[in-house]
Design a protein around this ligand. Structure first.
Ligand code: FUL
Length: 486
């Protein structure tokens, strides 16, 4: 018999807040990322290196007739590529081990158009090996092996599928593990182009067998998808989910505009609910006009790269930024200095979260584990789990603050849920105005959403309230605010 009612209340509360039921994690909604996909998304920015005969010939798409001696780097230094990637805040590099000209940067047993047939390094060079050795324990290595091959004599016949499958096995077993395999969708375009019926099922089966943790990029995944453009821009609305039933990477795939936005779960327009998959967007773009290095071209400016960053990482995508090594086999000083400045600019803006030390309140599912305050810490696996699909969180700042950027992150291991966010500011009278869906702050959130104030303006307040509309109660692991004008 408990005499003291206060003790009884205390014990009941403790039980309630610690019991398994109350701290039960919300049920995942729709498809969710695999562990490898989550780790991949959290890399945020990776480097792409287009390097091959085109670097020397000036072409963008070599036709496969170029002499193997075209490839002739004078001072190849893959360690320098890794240094540049690290100094620019990138954790992974993807190398074009074979582009459309078919030239292999490794001595493949399945082609006669490789560095083994060139006189460079007396025919015993192996760029892929140098590359993976340089990356080891420093950054993750990824590989682009173009299915389109304008040199291989079997291209256009069924036998080429054996060749390509063998190359995949050769590269992944001899040089792996790779964090990402890039399958370009190009396939003999042009009036006289040979067309190949790619055996995607077979290639993906091979990948699954020999490199199950490797993220496979193609127009439609399955690891990550092309974002539908080569400007590095994900859609204003960007779902990491995609319906892929009946689609293949090179033909019969969703239109570029659909790849930009992904497919909204529960879309009434699409019947294939069972084939909805987690296939996040990868935003590829080159720092220069071309994918390969050309002497007359120059890199983008820091402001241009920041714009790309906001539209890729800031729109729930991963940015794959191409930085092509030059004819020496090194990344040019011009490119590396822009990249370092790009990193510094991101640090300048995003190193000081002005919501640190603030106080967040909201309705949440029972249990301390899911309280609103969790959105303000930097731990990835703590989050606010709202109890309702329409949910509000209010953030009280230490003092009146100027800011022009709001960053929101959904806890994607439980799926992507949010379809709209509105902002209401207390204008000093303690009252938050009603928000309307006419001018939402943004639509989707996903892994990360970076919202900038319109027209270079800023917000000025010590209270803000975010209103979420979601398919299922939102699960948010981060809200931060920044001032880019400081
Ligand atoms: C495209 C290719 O045709 C380009 O040459 C480049 O490799 C780019 C990343 O993908 O589809």
């Amino acid at each position: 018999m408990m005499r003291n009612p206060l003790t009884a209340i205390y014990l009941t509360c403790t039980l309630l807040t610690s019991c398994q039921f109350c701290n039960r994690q919300p049920t995942p909604y729709g498809p969710v990322p695999s562990e490898a996909q989550l780790a991949w998304q959290r890399m945020e920015i990776n480097m792409f290196c287009h390097f091959g005969p085109n670097t020397f010939s000036g072409a963008e798409w070599g036709d496969g007739t170029e002499s193997e001696d075209t490839f002739r780097p004078t001072a190849l230094d893959c360690r320098q590529w890794v240094d540049v990637a690290i100094q620019s805040g990138m954790g992974g590099i993807i190398l074009t081990a074979k582009h459309h000209d078919g030239f292999c940067l490794w001595p493949s047993a399945f082609s006669n158009h490789t560095i083994a047939q060139s006189t460079w390094n007396e025919g015993v060079g192996d760029v892929l090996k140098c590359f993976v050795d340089a990356c080891r324990n420093r950054v993750k290595a990824g590989v682009y092996i173009s299915p389109w091959d304008r040199n291989h004599p079997t291209y256009g016949t069924d036998r080429y599928n054996n060749v390509f499958d063998s190359m995949l096995q050769e590269v992944h077993t001899r040089y792996g593990p790779f964090f990402e395999q890039w399958f370009d969708g190009a396939c003999g375009e042009g009036p006289n182009g040979k067309r190949q019926r790619y055996d995607w099922e077979r290639y993906l089966h091979t990948m699954n067998k020999i490199a199950p943790n490797c993220i496979v990029f193609s127009d439609i995944g399955p690891g990550c998808r092309w974002v539908g453009n080569e400007q590095g821009e994900a859609g204003e609305t960007c779902w990491s989910t995609l319906y892929t039933e009946g689609a293949t990477p090179s033909d019969n795939k969703p239109a570029p505009a659909e790849l930009e936005t992904g497919h909204v779960p529960n879309s009434p327009l699409i019947n294939h609910r069972s084939s909805l998959n987690w296939i996040p967007a990868e935003c590829d773009v080159s720092i220069r006009p071309g994918w390969f290095w050309h002497p007359q071209e120059h890199p983008k400016t820091v402001d241009e790269l920041m714009e790309i960053y906001y539209n890729s990482v800031g729109h729930n995508g991963l940015l794959l930024l191409n930085v092509p090594p030059d004819t020496s086999g090194r990344i040019s000083a011009e490119d590396s200095s822009v990249l370092v400045a790009f990193r510094k600019e991101r640090e300048r803006i995003f190193d000081t979260d002005l919501a640190r030390g603030a106080h967040a309140t909201a309705k949440h599912i029972p249990g301390r584990r899911f309280r609103a305050q969790n959105v303000l810490d930097t731990a990835y696996h703590t989050y606010w789990a709202a109890p309702d699909k329409d949910a509000r969180i209010s953030i009280e700042l230490d003092s009146v603050t100027d800011f022009d950027i709001i960053v929101i992150q959904e806890y994607i291991p439980l799926g992507q849920r949010v379809s709209m966010v509105n902002l209401a500011l207390d204008e000093g009278d303690g009252v938050y105005p009603q928000t309307t869906s006419d001018f939402p702050l943004c639509t989707t959130v996903g892994y990360k959403r970076i919202i900038r104030h319109e027209n270079g303006g800023h917000w000025h307040t010590n209270h803000l309230e975010l209103h979420f509309t979601a398919h299922e109660p939102p699960v948010i692991n981060r809200i931060a605010i920044y001032n880019s004008a400081k």
